[in-house]
Design a protein around this ligand. Sequence first.
Ligand SMILES: NC(=O)c1ccc[n+]([C@@H]2O[C@H](COP(=O)([O-])OP(=O)(O)OC[C@H]3O[C@@H](n4cnc5c(N)ncnc54)[C@H](OP(=O)(O)O)[C@@H]3O)[C@@H](O)[C@H]2O)c1
Length: 339
Amino acid sequence: MATSKKTIVVVGGTGILGSSVARSLHDNPDFHVRVTTRDPLSAKAARLTDCGIEVVKADSWNIDELTKALSGCWGLFLNIDSDAPNFKQQIGPSELDMGRLILHTAAAVGIKHVVHASLPAATKLTQGRVPMVNWDDKAAISEYALKNKQFSTATILSAGWFLENSFDPKYAASFGGFAMIKDDDGFYTWKTPPMGNDPESVPFLAVADDYGDFVHGVFLNPQKWDRKYVHGVSESLSFTDMTAAFQRATGLRARYQKLGTGQSLMAGNELKTKEVNGLFDVMHAVQGRFFNGEVTEPRHAKELKAAVSLVRRGKTSTTPMTAEQFFRKYSPGNPSAKL
Ligand SMILES: NC(=O)c1ccc[n+]([C@@H]2O[C@H](COP(=O)([O-])OP(=O)(O)OC[C@H]3O[C@@H](n4cnc5c(N)ncnc54)[C@H](OP(=O)(O)O)[C@@H]3O)[C@@H](O)[C@H]2O)c1
């Protein structure tokens, strides 16, 4: 490794969001990427090491491992998985505790630039009506990063609605089957309440193809994005238009069916059911303004993507991915599908 490279540590880097970040940054010869994991021998860790990405063992509760992994780094990308059972069940220390520990360690070892994958402050936005512990904790971690003067720059990069959820059984089952299970009429049906804005606009995110580039773009010019809340969106669409994009891409019949007032979603377990219904309750309270109550601003994502496309020439596109492009690329059964 050339010593002039800036090392960026990616916490959560074996996951969906983090691996997108690690892969994008790895294509930049100015950066060295270090991913932390609890198990460097896992299959998901091996997929990164096979690409030449450094993967080190660091449980985010272990201060010694964290200190070693974060030492010598210039930047930190931080994503914490709210689905960890203890966080969901509120047993033991919280996601906020983990976030504080990581950020405290980052400041102590002299990391200067931080990007956090955040979510809206549900309790604050809904005046206490819809508390969502994982969203509230992420928002509080963001506040902690933004207020820490030891970081020269701190940026929030809030991830929109993962298009990848369409092929994740736990979400497909909750949202009517789309895009994995056909209904009795032979449709892949997206069945949820509306988003809560008019005209409807849902900020969909193609995580693998775009999110890492957005974060990469921030690290190209961290001062420019300092203390900003960046909207991680690939394409905003109504649920009807999103299912139409799937139909155009795959030739399979798809549709949106709106759930009415009083009809709720059912997920695989009680906590997930609470989460998916809470998501819509918060969205209705803020009229669909997913990014912490702000109207979605696609300009930043476009600008970040364009900047990174100049670095990752031939490996990424100049504009964020459309939903149709996503389904064309990833829908199982499509000849070029990659999921
Ligand atoms: N689904 C959506 O539409 C959506 C939208 C916006 C935001 N989000 C948020 O995205 C987050 C999930 O991100 P993701 O999908 O990227 O998660 P993921 O794929 O499940 O990855 C989780 C990551 O966390 C790491 N991790 C977990 N516990 C750890 C520990 N104790 N120490 C160190 N690392 C640990 C895992 O590493 P190892 O297993 O390798 O140790 C892995 O890299 C959730 O919090 C969710 O709220 C989701």
